[in-house]
Design a protein around this ligand. Structure first.
Ligand code: HEC
Ligand code: HEC
Ligand code: HEC
Ligand code: HEC
Ligand code: HEC
Ligand code: HEC
Ligand code: HEC
Ligand code: HEC
Ligand code: HEC
Ligand code: HEC
Length: 277
């Protein structure tokens, strides 16, 4: 009986501790809002609210000194924060966004390159609402700002259509997990979610993920060739790897030039080792 009481007391203490660590910083939140009342309405449109146990100090750091003697110099405003500091602040709670998983975070492109927390003057002064997922921009412009090469390819005649969110890049990339996803099997799996007929599993696989997978023959970002092919005709694509086709393949005969008219199961087959069907 006594042990049970003891344990439930301990449990209650643990719950309080768990809930209060983020809630109560040195200054709590009320004192911040006494002076920064404009922040209240805009931050309420984001998930970083007191209701979610997120305090101002969880991000801005201890605010005692600042509350006593307010100055821009004694509070973390993120204006001059290093990428490392930003990542450390955010991953306290978002621990699944690990720097080592992403070329972005490990190359100094921290969270605030893509996200804005929705209560800076842009939002407090004119009532602007944050975009989905607190993104600075929901379209592909978010990404092409830095990735000019992919942007140029996306402007080629053949390219992928936008996804329902308006950022085509996100169909294939998770910016928090670029390193994992560029491992070929992950990328190919992603392709196959939308193109299941190409992904197998096949009894006879043409090019498995031991190579560059789909990218061996396609440029996923865009191409001047139909089917996003890397070469301007199918024949040249095939011959770039198969210089020695069987003798009866008389390439002077137009019949043999359209390789996929016979090798139509080009991605793989369960019946033909030479991908005829
Ligand atoms: C007594 C009033 C007061 C309190 C309490 C207060 N602030 Fe401030 N805060 C100010 C003033 C005034 C400024 C503007 C300072 C300046 O521009 O030189 C400011 C500036 C800021 C800035 C922006 C700095 C910049 O670069 O423009 C942030 C961020 C901030 N406060 C966060 C907080 C947080 C978080 C708390 C609670 C821990 C808090 N403040 C509590 C008065 C206060
Ligand atoms: C989840 C992290 C987080 C929380 C919680 C948070 N802030 Fe911020 N705050 C930021 C970031 C990051 C910025 C810089 C602008 C941006 O990228 O959105 C910012 C900007 C500000 C600014 C504007 C500074 C400027 O640029 O002039 C003020 C003022 C401010 N916060 C006050 C508060 C107050 C008050 C609270 C609590 C009610 C709070 N913040 C809670 C992360 C946070
Ligand atoms: C004290 C904990 C805490 C800190 C620190 C924190 N967050 Fe959050 N964040 C949350 C919670 C809680 C949610 C809402 C629940 C969820 O989606 O996980 C959230 C949600 C989000 C979302 C999703 C928004 C949406 O619409 O779904 C983004 C983006 C985000 N945070 C970015 C940041 C960034 C950037 C920082 C650093 C400046 C940061 N967070 C710091 C607790 C935190
Ligand atoms: C290169 C741009 C980029 C960077 C850098 C970035 N994010 Fe994101 N983040 C996104 C995009 C885009 C989404 C929306 C993904 C979706 O909904 O498909 C997102 C979604 C989120 C979400 C909500 C969905 C989820 O995955 O839980 C959270 C939380 C989040 N980001 C936190 C962070 C934190 C914390 C950092 C820094 C450690 C960070 N992000 C760095 C682009 C970025
Ligand atoms: C602030 C600039 C910036 C923004 C915005 C940005 N990136 Fe990046 N991205 C980089 C840098 C820097 C690297 C690492 C160096 C490189 O490979 O170019 C990188 C790497 C990558 C890589 C991996 C390349 C590799 O070989 O490891 C992918 C994939 C990627 N970004 C996709 C995206 C997507 C998708 C978005 C939009 C959600 C985005 N990026 C937004 C700067 C940015
Ligand atoms: C149809 C899927 C798909 C889409 C859409 C897509 N990518 Fe990629 N991306 C890939 C694949 C697959 C690779 C790996 C390429 C390889 O193996 O050569 C890649 C590689 C990259 C790289 C690394 C490039 C390098 O040379 O190492 C960056 C950066 C990148 N993508 C950015 C973007 C951006 C920005 C967008 C949106 C404008 C985007 N991607 C849209 C599939 C896609
Ligand atoms: C989010 C779903 C999605 C993902 C993921 C995806 N695609 Fe696509 N893909 C499409 C759509 C939709 C089309 C346009 C189909 C059309 O126009 O009929 C398309 C078109 C194509 C085409 C051109 C077909 C034609 O008719 O010209 C090729 C090749 C292709 N995708 C390859 C890939 C590769 C390779 C990947 C992975 C790197 C990939 N796709 C990932 C949805 C996707
Ligand atoms: C060995 C080269 C090669 C590889 C590897 C390859 N493809 Fe293809 N793919 C082709 C060729 C060639 C065509 C055009 C077929 C034709 O001429 O009808 C094509 C056509 C397509 C098409 C459009 C026509 C259709 O069948 O719907 C899609 C989508 C596609 N490929 C997706 C993929 C995906 C996803 C992968 C990776 C899982 C992949 N491809 C790997 C050569 C390849
Ligand atoms: C990036 C290089 C590459 C490209 C491009 C390519 N293949 Fe292949 N192909 C291979 C490899 C590697 C094998 C497996 C060879 C082996 O196992 O000896 C193969 C196997 C085959 C086979 C099965 C017979 C054999 O030699 O094992 C046929 C048929 C074939 N390819 C036809 C084509 C056709 C048609 C195209 C053009 C649409 C094409 N390939 C494009 C690399 C390629
Ligand atoms: C008219 C139909 C036809 C066309 C067009 C055709 N092939 Fe074939 N190909 C075949 C047949 C049938 C076989 C199987 C021969 C066998 O089983 O011995 C074959 C076999 C192959 C093989 C496998 C050889 C081996 O070692 O087993 C390769 C590689 C190949 N073709 C490449 C190509 C390329 C590259 C093209 C386009 C330039 C092409 N084929 C066009 C009918 C065709």
């Amino acid at each position: 009986m006594r042990a049970r009481f003891y344990f439930s007391f301990l449990f209650a203490v643990m719950v309080c501790v768990a809930l209060s660590i983020p809630v109560l910083g040195d200054e709590g939140n009320n004192s911040c809002l006494e002076c920064h009342d404009s922040v209240q309405a805009s931050i309420a449109r984001t998930p970083h609210t007191f209701a979610n146990h997120v305090s101002c100090e969880a991000c801005h750091g201890p605010g005692n000194a600042h509350a006593k003697d307010p100055s821009a110099n004694n509070i973390r405003s993120f204006k001059n924060s290093s990428a490392k500091e930003i990542v450390a602040t955010c991953t306290k709670c978002h621990s699944d966004k690990h720097p080592l998983l992403s070329s972005h975070l490990s190359n100094g492109q921290a969270c605030l390159e893509c996200h804005s927390l929705g209560h800076s003057p842009v939002f407090t002064d004119n009532g602007k609402r944050p975009e989905r997922r607190l993104l600075k921009n929901i379209s592909a412009k978010l990404c092409t700002r830095c990735h000019a090469g992919e942007k140029a390819k996306m402007n080629r005649p053949y390219h992928h259509p936008s996804d329902p969110f308006g950022n085509v890049c996100l169909s294939c990339h998770n910016p928090h997990k670029t390193k994992i996803e560029l491992r070929q099997n992950k990328v190919d799996k992603k392709c196959s979610t939308c193109h299941p007929e190409t992904g197998g599993p096949f009894m006879y696989v043409h090019l498995g993920t031991q190579n560059r997978g789909c990218s061996e023959c396609h440029d996923p970002h865009g191409s001047t060739n139909p089917n996003l092919l890397n070469r301007n005709t199918t024949r040249f694509l095939c011959l770039s790897c198969h210089s020695d086709t069987p003798d009866f393949h008389n390439l002077a005969d137009p019949k043999f030039r359209q390789c996929t008219s016979c090798h139509s199961a080009i991605h793989g087959s369960n019946t033909s080792a030479v991908f005829l069907e």
